[in-house]
Write a protein that binds this ligand. Structure first.
Ligand SMILES: *Cc1c(COP(=O)(O)O)cnc(C)c1O
Length: 449
């Protein structure tokens, strides 16, 4: 039974808070939604003191763990110094230091940093920069206005980033508001090489057919996350880079989910040695503490905006909190932790551990497929594994398994029938063992009764 305090919190929440991606009718009917009051390492505590393993990194953001003292110190130091000052016409120290650090850490050639607040805005900015880059050149280049995207892509929830996306469930209702893109059927899934070859051929056919009309190619590196953790065929990113160069269009890579260690390297682009023209970062950038995003650009892109003032070729875009010193200071400290705590080196045996142990789950009759890239895992549940029949949407099978996992002390959030495991990078082997045990028990309880 929830305490009186918890009951009161829930009542007030239900009165006033509208939750994202949540059918509020179900939320209102839920007798005991959790109220989280504390976080420590990979653990969250609810208002009645119960502990849960945060196996989705609080929606893919937590990196070094909750309540990291170094991040707390960086925040309070910065707070005492300067809380906020605008980047419109002024500079500030943390945003300078972070830009320098990001450029150093990012794939070679990305040298400019444009700040914003979320993954959606980081992609919106990449999109607008890419579009205007060609407009600024004028002449034939100004005809480069379209984007090639993949179905099942997810780039955020603002109208521009929704236009780039391809998840019907999230995007369909807004269709009349969106601009059209040239969509190629997603090659992401089990990571089949022939899918990669097929998709690259289709992209190239579009580049040929629409020669001189394409502004850029847009892709998530290595994993389509929100689509349900679909794996890219090896070489896809490299292939896109090659085509972008060949047809002189821009490559826009969305590292919002994959960035900051999630795939085992700091950025997923590193796995294929690719430098995009524009790269969007958000989620893990502050270690999962404060909203901040960055769109990184190459020298070539940046120079495409240097014109006399009167030409009106400025990038007319900026959010009020762009370059917020508090968020930048914490992000800088988070990047430092990757070095001082050897985060990526320590992560490798844990990735191997998952690789070794995850296949055990395939022994369950309704676990159809497991897709892993580093610390990003999708476990797809299927009604009939042999026939690969999916569960009906209305069954909300993923949600049911996740709800069960909560009873065992693990916070999970599904993507349809796919269970997502994306624990903070600091999660220990012991905690991972516990996580896998809970996933197995929850899947059994819900799908095999
Ligand atoms: C989460 C996500 C976004 C959107 O980020 P927000 O901060 O939620 O706006 C964009 N792209 C990818 C790949 C994501 O996973």
């Amino acid at each position: 039974m929830p305490s009186a305090r918890t009951k009161n919190l829930i009542a007030q929440d239900k009165r006033h808070v509208w939750h994202p991606f949540t059918q509020m009718r179900d939320w209102l009917a839920d007798p005991e939604p959790l109220v989280i009051t504390r976080g420590q390492g990979s653990t969250l505590f609810d208002s009645d003191g119960r502990a849960y393993l945060d196996a989705v990194s609080s929606l893919w953001v937590t990196v070094h763990g909750h309540g990291h003292p170094k991040l707390a110190q960086a925040l309070s130091r910065q707070m005492a110094q300067l809380d906020h000052s605008t980047l419109l016409g002024l500079a500030n120290e943390p945003s300078i230091a972070l830009a320098q650090a990001l450029v150093q850490a990012a794939p070679q050639g990305l040298t400019k940093v444009f700040y914003s607040d979320s993954g959606s805005t980081a992609m919106e900015i990449a999109l607008k920069i890419a579009y205007q880059f060609w407009q600024n050149q004028g002449g034939a280049a100004a005809k480069k206005q379209s984007f090639i995207t993949f179905t099942e892509a997810y780039h955020g929830d603002t109208i521009g980033s929704v236009s780039l996306g391809g998840i019907d469930l999230f995007h369909q209702v807004y269709q009349p508001l969106l601009f059209p893109t040239l969509q190629v059927a997603t090659p992401y899934g089990s990571g089949e090489p022939k899918e990669g070859a097929r998709a690259l051929a289709q992209v190239e056919a579009l580049l040929k057919r629409k020669r001189g009309q394409i502004a850029g190619l847009v892709a998530e590196p290595l994993m389509q996350g929100a689509a349900g953790m679909l794996k890219a065929p090896a070489g896809l990113l490299k292939g896109l880079r090659k085509l972008a160069d060949q047809y002189d269009v821009l490559l826009i890579v969305d590292e919002v989910a994959t960035g900051f260690g999630r795939t085992g390297k700091l950025f997923a682009c590193e796995h294929e040695g690719v430098t995009p023209d524009l790269m969007a970062c958000a989620k893990g950038i502050t270690g999962g503490t404060l909203p901040l995003a960055a769109t990184l650009a190459t020298e070539r892109i940046y120079k495409g905006f240097l014109f006399p003032y009167a030409d009106q070729k400025t990038f007319f875009h900026g959010h009020t909190y762009t370059g917020n010193p508090l968020a930048c200071a914490v992000a800088l400290e988070s990047l430092k932790l990757f070095k001082t705590e050897r985060t990526l080196a320590k992560l490798q045996p844990k990735i191997e551990f998952l690789k070794r142990k995850l296949p055990v789950l395939l022994e369950r009759p309704h676990v159809g497929e497991i897709r892993q890239v580093g610390f990003m895992v999708g476990i797809e549940l299927m009604k009939d594994k042999a026939k690969r029949t999916p569960y009906a949407y209305a069954e909300a099978i993923g949600a049911k398994v996740c709800r069960r996992a909560r009873d065992y002390g693990v916070i999970l959030r599904p993507l349809g029938p796919v269970l997502v495991l994306m624990p903070p990078l600091c999660t220990s082997i012991t905690e991972l063992e516990f996580l896998l045990k809970v996933v197995e028990a929850s899947v059994k309880d819900v799908t095999e009764k």
